[in-house]
Design a protein around this ligand. Structure first.
Ligand SMILES: Nc1ncnc2c1ncn2[C@@H]1O[C@H](COP(=O)(O)OP(=O)(O)OP(=O)(O)O)[C@@H](O)[C@H]1O
Length: 316
């Protein structure tokens, strides 16, 4: 849906990105990650033409983005950033309604959309008439994301959207984004330098260094088949085991025929990383597992946690 062909950009003679060849699939959650100054934000901003590329082609739904009027392009792409950029003298509802109002939606349709998005982002209706300075940082970010989604954009671009938040709020918003992505099925491209955030959110990762793409693929591919030493070092060998656990679910490791175990069950869709915490907290060797409907579907054994692929990869 968005493709880069040999795209380069310089600022005052200094290369910011060079020869980017990228493909962001429709409906996928793609994450750009890399060292500071590696060109992640420049890459993102070239998609909605906040930064114009010098050479190469960028296609959006088959069309070179320069052939589209810039306002039309930006209407089709929501944009959420760390500094949020909420209008300080506008209420939450007015901020969320910015783009629908520019598009002259009816008053009722705008009001309904604001209600819908506030519910989707977990914002209490009582916050509707508050001003940005009367909100917490996490609430402000939620409003920023709601505003970016307001006019049903085809693509959501996010630049370090949770960068300024404390770890607990940040984690809650990551969970929300995963849920929203599942519900809306939108194409999302997010920039972060937080490895765990990237692994948690991405269907597809693009790792950049020094203005170039070093490797792109699924999180599991980058962790288990790093193309270069830089990729291996970037993801940190010592934490590889735990990071792999965060990509695997309990459901993939359960013993389905084994149903006799009692106790507070694990959810089949939980990550093995969370399951590991549960084993440590409860100091046990085996726990029952339930599916999404809450029906028992097997057991998870502590010693199976590091079995199979995870164990093999850690041994290499
Ligand atoms: N408007 C600009 N004018 C001049 N140089 C710029 C501009 N924007 C970015 N750069 C330079 O381009 C390079 C890539 O910057 P970019 O912001 O894309 O990196 P990044 O990976 O997003 O970094 P960070 O994680 O630190 O935000 C850097 O060397 C930066 O200094």
């Amino acid at each position: 849906m968005i493709e880069f062909h040999d795209v380069s950009k310089e600022f005052a003679g200094q290369t910011a990105v060079k020869n980017l060849n990228l493909r962001f699939e429709e409906g996928a959650f793609s994450v750009l990650i890399g060292t500071s100054g590696s060109g992640k934000s420049t890459t993102l901003k070239m998609i909605n033409r906040l930064v114009e590329h010098d050479s190469g082609l960028i296609r959006f739904a088959g069309e070179e983005i320069r052939s589209l009027p810039v306002l039309e392009l930006r209407r089709r792409m929501g944009y959420a950033i760390q500094s949020i950029g909420l209008f300080p003298h506008w209420t939450v509802a007015q901020n969320i309604a910015t783009v629908p109002q520019l598009q002259k939606w009816s008053r009722q349709k705008v009001a309904d959309r604001v209600d819908e998005l506030m519910a989707l982002l977990g914002l209490e209706p009582a916050l509707r008439e508050r001003y940005p300075h009367q909100l917490s940082g996490g609430q402000q970010q939620r409003v920023g994301v709601a505003r970016a989604l307001a006019a049903n954009p085809e693509v959501l671009l996010m630049d370090e959207p949770f960068g300024a938040l404390d770890p607990v709020t940040r984690s809650a918003l990551q969970t929300e984004m995963t849920r929203i992505h599942r519900i809306l099925g939108r194409t999302i491209i997010l920039v972060t330098h937080d490895i765990d955030e990237a692994l948690r959110l991405a269907d597809r990762l693009v790792l950049m260094d020094n203005g170039e793409v070093v490797q792109q693929g699924t999180p599991l591919e980058l962790l288990t088949r790093p193309a270069t030493d830089f990729v291996r070092e970037f993801f940190g060998r010592s934490e590889l085991g735990v990071r792999l656990l965060s990509l695997r679910t309990v459901g993939e490791y359960l013993r389905p025929q084994d149903r006799a175990v009692t106790g507070d069950p694990l959810q089949a869709q939980m990550s093995l990383r969370d399951a590991l915490s549960a084993f440590v907290a409860r100091q046990c060797e085996v726990l029952p597992v339930v599916d999404e409907q809450g029906a028992p579907c097997g057991t998870l054994h502590f010693r199976d946690l590091l079995a199979g692929e995870v164990e093999r990869e850690m041994a290499t």
